[in-house]
Design a protein around this ligand. Structure first.
Ligand code: SAM
Ligand code: SF4
Length: 334
């Protein structure tokens, strides 16, 4: 009888880390109001990891037992060479699932190639189906381009695509029902996310526009029957099946339903910082380790194993306070 080797990435609280989210760029072609300021200064090229360095870090993680990698950003599809990187990561032996989070702006032309690169699933951000509101929330995005991108991803054969919608009170909270109806017609899933206080934003007061997952759920239950799903996806979403459909509705509720106890993930920022918690600054500078020891994967792996010792127990988000975390979601690997 064969037994599985003991997990190599395990933190002080006994949580096994088998999932890494990798931000391959802090740049983006949108400027969503909850994610960024209007005028952003992005990192200079030399400060962010090269594509080769990102691939090396992914290889180290997979050799340490990570079996799921999500590529994100910023907008990952605006980084030149992203497709080759995805293809190379997709080939790593031991990786079970390569996934992508995107704003959908490039999917019309890239969905087919993404599929052939081995990307298994795609999350697409969509906060509203109203063109004017979409422009207000993304500042520069075009709704119809994203909708065509969603169709292109379906045509390319992606299944169980998930929409991500950040809901803000009195901006798009009335959109939730239409987004669920849209997800049902496309036979895809959707998660609603409570806004997290990452970085300073200039467009709104986060505490005033907080709209809890429970409020969204109560609104939705006037229009749909939500049946609790028993399956545990291992992630922060609590899922419900919309009766009479195959669409699952998830709620990611960092404020109202803390999910840290089952956290199985870490994040690699575009500049090569291994971030151990979305809501804390505990991190290890993997870029420095990589650049000091470019041919020594062992050093990189020891740094990653060592980092598990500083993974915090939980995040400390407080909407009433000024943000304690000054990095934006785009620089974080959301
Ligand atoms: N650009 C891609 C996109 O928008 O899908 C990937 C990166 S984006 C940072 C990843 C996810 O983080 C998106 O679903 C976005 O809606 C979410 N997000 C960004 N800022 C957030 C915030 N302050 N609170 C909660 N979610 C946020
Ligand atoms: Fe760009 Fe995604 Fe942030 Fe919107 S949420 S600004 S699309 S990184």
């Amino acid at each position: 009888m064969t037994t599985n080797p003991p997990p190599l990435l395990i933190d002080r609280f006994g949580r096994i880390v088998n999932y890494v989210r990798v931000s391959i760029t802090d740049r983006c072609d949108f400027r969503c109001i909850y994610c960024m300021g209007e005028d952003m200064t992005f990192l200079p090229r030399a400060q962010i990891l090269t594509l080769e360095e990102i691939e090396t870090v992914c290889r180290a993680f997979v050799e340490l037992g990570v079996d799921k990698i999500r590529i994100t950003g910023g907008e990952p599809m605006v980084r030149k060479g992203a497709m080759d990187l995805l293809r190379n990561i997709g080939r790593l032996q031991g990786l079970r699932e390569l996934t992508l989070t995107t704003n959908g702006s490039q999917l019309q032309t890239m969905a087919g190639e993404l599929k052939s690169c081995g990307v298994k699933r795609i999350n697409i951000s969509l906060d509203t189906l109203n063109e004017t509101l979409f422009k207000q929330m993304t500042r520069v995005g075009d709704l119809n381009t994203v909708l065509r991108g969603i169709d292109a991803a379906l045509e390319a054969g992606f299944r169980r695509i998930k929409l991500n919608a950040v809901i803000l009170k009195n901006r798009n909270h009335l959109e939730a029902g239409n987004l669920v109806a849209f997800a049902i017609t496309k036979n895809i899933d959707i998660s609603f996310i409570e806004e997290m206080p990452l970085g300073l934003v200039d467009s709104h007061d986060r505490a005033e526009e907080y709209y809890s997952s429970d409020s969204i759920r109560a609104d939705l239950e006037r229009r749909f029957t939500l049946l609790p799903c028993t399956e545990n996806t291992g992630g922060p979403s609590r899922y419900f099946l919309v009766a009479g459909s195959e669409t699952k509705v998830g709620f990611i509720s960092p404020h109202s339903h803390n999910f840290c106890g089952s956290c199985n993930r870490v994040r690699l920022t575009a500049e090569g910082r291994l971030l151990l918690c979305l809501g804390n600054e505990h991190s290890v500078d993997l870029k420095q380790v990589l650049r000091a020891n470019p041919t020594d994967l062992g050093k990189l792996k020891s740094a990653i194993v060592g980092a598990m010792q500083i993974k915090p127990e939980k995040h400390e988000f407080d909407l009433a306070e000024k943000p304690l975390i000054f990095r934006h979601m785009s620089a974080t690997g959301g």
